[in-house]
Design a protein around this ligand. Structure first.
Ligand code: F6P
Length: 369
């Protein structure tokens, strides 16, 4: 058996842990030959790859990034050759020439969409859900998310020092694209006073009210805001547009927008920190190492069993898999009435909308939702 592996989209803590688990498991259990494509789908387009031996994938469990490199502008369906046609047929030919029995693709929604479309060209793929954003459908967790939440939580703890010392309003802008998972989970873990999510448009007056109220007693306020959050009736704050990228919209700046709006309404000084790529860097947490390893082993198992066209998933604490086509072109948002949202409200955290109320049923125990 000869299997390829690639990492697509942005880097993410745990990528190397998955590469290691897939390769080791296939080498040990199926005596497979494993090759790693370099720079995501660009490696499949340009036949840039290298053999991955057991030794090559040893000692990489704890390292951030990806030993294979990655690329988020190499979609074979929007990458054109000299003849003007997209290179997806070329990729299929390369796959056959390399004598591959399948490819494990590790990536986010864009990568899963490409994997699904390559399946229609005869390329057999198994997907592994990666993204710090945790926004892939049909899995309760993507690896990388726990690390990002832990970094954002640490940032909130540190911002509290300045907030308390200077009686300021401290805003932390997190990543997460159009979903508020990182902001919500780090906000709860870091005890933020206000959590603003893309899923719940915020009322600036309500946020200002919380800041004023807190300035009278506690004297400082901690706000966490997801980069995709927007005010009621307002628009997303876009940092830049990149025409040839898979996602042409780069979000960023809503934290500064909010600071300017608040500063006109309150007396306390307001400061903003945009956490940026720090959330994606460095070593994965123990949870992400464990999750990535299990995803990798499960993906290798799907390969051995010939169950292609599927993405591994974690559902209600159990490893499972789902058809790639059900994941492609989808985003998993925070549900406004989920237990996590209600937990935040129940401890007095504002979600920027005074109309939101809570009720928690005893039977609700799933902390991943
Ligand atoms: O999808 C992961 C992510 O880090 C998002 O949270 C963020 O919006 C985006 O990627 C940033 O992309 P880039 O690294 O291309 O700037």
């Amino acid at each position: 058996m000869r299997i390829g592996i690639l990492t697509g989209g942005g880097d993410c803590p745990g990528l190397n842990a998955v590469i290691r688990a897939v390769a080791k498991s296939l080498i040990l259990d199926a005596d497979a030959e494993v090759i790693g494509f370099e720079e995501g789908f660009l490696g499949m387009i340009e036949k840039k790859y290298r053999e991955l031996t057991y030794r090559d994938v040893s000692g990489i469990l704890t390292t951030g990034g990806t030993i294979l490199g990655t690329h988020n502008r190499a979609n074979p369906f929007s990458y054109y050759g000299a003849d003007g046609a997209d290179v997806s047929d070329q990729v299929a030919e390369n796959y056959r020439e390399l004598g591959l029995d399948g490819v494990v693709v590790i990536g986010g929604d864009g990568t899963m969409t490409i994997a699904h479309r390559l399946g229609e060209k005869g390329i057999r793929t198994v997907g592994v859900p990666k993204t710090i954003d945790n926004d892939l459908m049909h899995t309760d967790r993507t690896f990388g998310f726990d690390t990002a939440v832990s970094i954002a939580t640490d940032a909130l703890d540190r911002l509290q020092t300045t907030g308390q010392s200077h009686s300021r309003v401290m805003i932390l802008e997190t990543m997460g694209r159009y979903a508020g998972w990182i902001a919500l989970h780090s906000g709860i873990a870091g005890g933020a006073d206000v959590i603003l999510l893309p899923e719940i448009p915020f009322d600036v007056e309500e946020v200002a009210r919380v800041c004023r109220q807190r300035s009278r007693k506690q004297r400082f306020t901690i706000i966490v805001i997801g980069e995709g959050a927007k005010p009621i009736g307002g628009d997303l704050v876009v940092r830049e547009r990149v025409e040839d990228a898979d996602d042409p919209v780069r979000l960023g700046g809503v934290g500064h927008y909010l600071a300017a709006e608040l500063q006109d309404r309150i007396e306390s000084e307001v400061r903003t920190t945009v956490l940026g790529h720090i959330q994606r860097g460095g070593s994965p947490t123990a949870f992400d190492r464990i999750l990535a390893t299990n995803f990798g082993i499960f993906a290798a198992d799907l390969v051995r069993k010939g169950r292609f066209g599927r993405m591994v998933a974690l559902k209600d604490g159990t490893m499972s898999s789902i058809e790639l086509e059900k994941v492609a072109d989808q985003t998993r948002f925070v549900e406004v009435d989920s237990l996590m949202v209600r937990a935040a409200l129940a401890v007095g955290t504002s979600l920027g909308d005074q109309g939101l109320t809570v009720e928690i049923e005893e039977s609700e125990v799933n902390l991943t939702l």
